[in-house]
Design a binder for this molecule. Structure first.
Ligand SMILES: Cc1cc2nc3c(=O)[nH]c(=O)nc-3n(C[C@H](O)[C@H](O)[C@H](O)COP(=O)(O)OP(=O)(O)OC[C@H]3O[C@@H](n4cnc5c(N)ncnc54)[C@H](O)[C@@H]3O)c2cc1C
Length: 246
């Protein structure tokens, strides 16, 4: 089956991540290996034939065979995210096509250099696939996740990211809270800016490969900021999810 053909996936589990985010674990009849950072297209069809298509990044690593995990944030008045969030449960079927994308992808090869991941909100999803892929491959390349979120309640994959950072001295988790930080928080409390990017870059022995994903504003600011700090354009890859600001 080609990656351009639609297949009917079965929802194996629905995992609440935050009050506004759920992960849907889908078993695919024609699963095929993906690259970390790729996405699937999901298609909903109403009884009258009306269809809605949306892209969702793969959160699971390529090592997880037979199934994919999609993590979806509930968007206010969102047609597809609203349907998935409210109406879909284990045992249901969803039509998907993929994996798609050949640019915003990262391979965990032994030659992989330092890695800087910058996420805004649900933009963490494809970056999580990269982190899980890196962990599965047992790589020791210096890696930082700069993760911009509004409040502690909005942190997706929080316990897993913390456990990853605790177990791996070469992986640094840098949350930045833009609206409300946890009690006693001494880390960043603002949107990623030039000073923050300078500090983060200074943690790397050599210029990192950079992947930035999230709302348009964050992606634009981080990509421009990194380029201004001298990161070569070919080291900066971006993926934009939507219009909101984090
Ligand atoms: C390559 C790619 C990968 C993506 N991966 C993910 C993912 O892993 N998880 C995920 O949750 N989303 C992801 N998205 C976004 C997703 O495709 C949808 O755009 C999102 O779920 C909103 O669809 P909807 O039908 O719920 O909202 P719509 O009915 O399309 O929109 C409702 C309203 O919300 C606004 N809106 C649309 N998208 C957003 C947004 N992202 N933020 C804020 N406001 C918005 C619209 O302008 C509109 O006003 C990805 C997008 C792309 C292009």
């Amino acid at each position: 089956m080609s990656r351009l053909e639609w297949q009917l996936a079965t929802v194996e589990a629905v995992v609440p991540e935050t009050p506004r985010v759920k992960t849907f674990v889908l078993r695919l009849p024609a699963w095929q290996p993906h690259r970390a950072g790729q996405h699937y297209t999901l298609r909903l069809t109403a009884p009258d034939g009306y269809q809605a298509l949306r892209s969702y990044s793969i959160a699971s690593p390529p090592e997880q065979t037979g199934q994919i995990a999609l993590t979806v944030e509930l968007i206010e008045e969102g047609e597809v995210s609203g349907y998935l969030f409210e109406g879909v449960q284990a045992g249901d079927q969803l039509e998907v096509r993929g994996p798609i994308g050949g640019y915003f992808v990262w391979e965990a090869t032994p030659q992989a250099g330092p890695l800087l991941l910058v996420a805004g909100g649900s933009g963490v999803v494809p970056l999580m696939a990269m982190l899980r892929h890196r962990q599965q491959a047992g790589l020791r390349n210096p890696t930082v996740l700069l993760y911009s979120i509004r409040t502690p309640d909005d942190v997706i994959y929080g316990p897993e990211l913390q456990a990853m950072a605790a177990a791996d001295a070469l992986f640094t988790l840098l949350p930045t809270f833009t609206r409300q930080a946890p009690e006693g928080w001494i880390g960043y409390r603002r949107r990623p800016d030039a000073d923050m990017l300078t500090e983060v870059l200074s943690r790397f022995p050599t210029p990192p490969e950079c992947f930035i994903c999230g709302p348009n504003g964050l992606v634009e600011a981080a990509a421009t900021g990194l380029a201004a700090q001298g990161v070569p354009p070919e080291h900066i890859r971006t993926e934009r999810f939507g219009p909101s600001g984090v």
